[in-house]
Ligand binder design. Structure first.
Ligand code: SF4
Length: 534
């Protein structure tokens, strides 16, 4: 507050970050003072401070954590690359002055395993590398070499935005181009973008916009790739959307695991505001380590300064969203494509695609492939084509055994289904979905059951706890999945209850990897063969 922010309850999470950045942890007396300054009940501040994984709340009289934390990712890609073993060896090697935490995906699965020293990522990490960074005192993430404002503008950037804001380019032609391209929400839900714009534009003003850069789905790192290379292409798309839909205020929510990108975005937004001072207000908000905040209504709760608890719908966020107003919510990548689609035409985007599908997709590929990374290619490409044409094939000594087509929540497919087109809707007959197109490839040296167990533990850790089937079901399933022989009947029943009775996508999708193992890899868990004809 002393740093010049106007006290606002919706900025509670920003204040908590400032307190923790300054004092190393959140102390009870500081929280009490913050509650008073914001005119909130202490319980409201404490419940938020204890909800998010990145906040270290220290109760009165308790000992604060060590000054340095090393986070070691143990989600799918890093698990395959030895993340858990790395965490165990670092815990012994770094001693009591350094806290070593196993954490979910940090969005760098192409460089697994990954450890983060303070805020400094150590890629393709081993204990020696991490110990060297700890000893060096390096704690900050390096700023990426992105295309900055002047270079972007000099290359023709923002010409479209200026045409839209001046009225030289009419709004309906923009929406029609997105419609023609078949652009869908690329955060995972796949809702048609043009329909969303029209729906929100038809709602009464004022209308808000929320941009989701929380990509927490294990295996996903495409938004980081786009933001680190060409941030203004996204910002221009965002401004065009705001202009077309008639947006009064924009909130951008970026995950806490991307500190350099947050700084980059803040700097570049300042340049944009300086160029066009009459823009709607744009606020950059910092997540605090909660996967569930990638869910659209949970993200809205978080931006409002609350725990990231998904809302019951209806009403949908397009009608009653951020601060009670109709809200256009988009993932970064969806907006990133707007300029190209409008400039080159919907036909251009729709001209890509294979195996009967249309458009471009950004696949985050990790695991046992020779060249992991973000691959921008045809919608409908198959896993076999993707790995052979773009990823240099499998790693030497590894043969394809299976893959996650849509991160931890999208289920698992066996090698014999490597020729299924990867796109929205195409995987449903196999009990899977593509989501944010996070492809995690594994080989004969791995076990699908262990990866499914990893995914279920992740969901149990990340459940917001609001509904019983998800809160209890994920923990119970993770426990049952440790048995050498799975109780297929009980797990199937549990999975069905979670899918039918959970409020949000986390609980509804959590059983997918487990059910994929029962269906496609029953020999690993001693279950009767359950596969139905796909
Ligand atoms: Fe929370 Fe899970 Fe329910 Fe979603 S399904 S609201 S994460 S408890």
């Amino acid at each position: 507050l002393a740093a010049g922010l106007t006290p606002r309850a919706d900025r509670l999470i920003e204040y908590l970050h400032r307190l923790q950045d300054t004092h190393g942890a959140l102390h009870a007396d500081h929280l009490a003072a913050l509650a008073e300054a914001l005119k909130l009940a202490r319980a409201e501040v404490f419940e938020v401070a204890t909800f998010y994984h990145h906040f270290d709340f220290v109760p009165a009289g308790a000992e604060a954590p060590p000054a340095l934390t090393v986070r070691v990712c143990d989600s799918l890609g890093c698990a395959l690359a030895g993340g858990a073993e790395l965490a165990a060896s670092l815990a012994t090697r770094l001693g009591a002055d350094v806290r070593v935490q196993r954490v979910p995906c940090v969005g760098r699965c192409d460089s697994a395993p990954v450890a983060v020293v303070g805020q400094k990522p150590v890629l393709n990490a081993d204990a020696d590398k991490v110990a060297a960074v700890v000893a060096s005192g390096e704690r900050a993430e390096t700023m990426p070499e992105a295309i900055r404002f002047d270079a972007y503008r000099a290359a023709g950037g923002y010409a479209l935005w200026e045409a839209v804001r001046s009225g030289a380019r009419d709004a309906e032609s923009i929406v029609a181009a997105l419609d023609h391209a078949g652009l869908r929400g690329l955060g995972g839900a796949g809702f048609p973008a043009a329909r969303k714009w029209r729906t929100v534009a038809a709602q009464p003003a004022p209308r808000n916009m929320a941009v989701n850069i929380d990509e927490g789905e294990p295996g996903t790192f495409k938004d980081r790739h786009y933001l680190a290379s060409d941030p203004h292409r996204f910002i221009e798309g965002m401004l065009i959307a705001a202009c077309v839909v008639g947006i009064a205020g924009i909130w951008i929510y970026i995950r806490d695991e991307y500190p350099a990108l947050r700084r980059l975005l803040a700097e570049e937004l300042d340049r944009v505001r300086a160029a066009w001072p009459d823009l709607p207000p744009i606020e950059l908000r910092r997540g605090a380590g909660a996967y569930v905040c990638g869910e659209e209504s949970a993200m809205i709760e978080s931006i409002e300064g609350k725990r990231g608890m998904p809302r019951l719908r209806p009403p949908y966020v397009a009608e009653v969203g951020l601060f009670g107003r109709p809200t256009l919510e988009h993932n970064l990548e969806t907006l990133w494509w707007v300029r190209d689609i409008v400039e080159k035409g919907g036909d251009w985007f729709a001209s890509f695609g294979r195996n009967g599908r249309k458009g471009l997709r950004s696949f985050s590929v990790s695991g046992r492939v020779a060249k992991p990374g973000v691959v921008v290619t045809d919608a409908g490409i198959t896993l076999r084509e993707l790995v052979d044409e773009h990823c240099g094939g499998m790693l030497p000594g590894h043969e394809l055994y299976g893959y996650f087509p849509g991160g931890a929540s999208g289920g698992i497919l066996p090698a014999r289904l490597a020729d299924v087109p990867l796109d929205f809707d195409t995987l449903a007959p196999h009990g899977c979905f593509i989501g944010s197109a996070a492809i995690v490839v594994f080989s004969q040296h791995d076990q699908a059951r262990l990866l499914a167990e990893n995914a279920m533990e992740f969901f149990a850790h990340e459940s917001c706890g609001q509904c019983t089937p998800c809160r209890v079901g994920t923990a119970k399933a993770a426990e049952l999945m440790k048995a050498p022989q799975w109780n297929a009947g009980l797990l199937t029943e549990l999975g069905k209850t979670m899918m039918d009775a959970s409020i949000c996508g986390l609980g509804q999708a959590a059983p997918n990897p487990m059910q994929s193992v029962l269906r496609f890899f029953p020999h690993e868990v001693g279950a009767a063969h359950q596969e139905k004809t796909a």
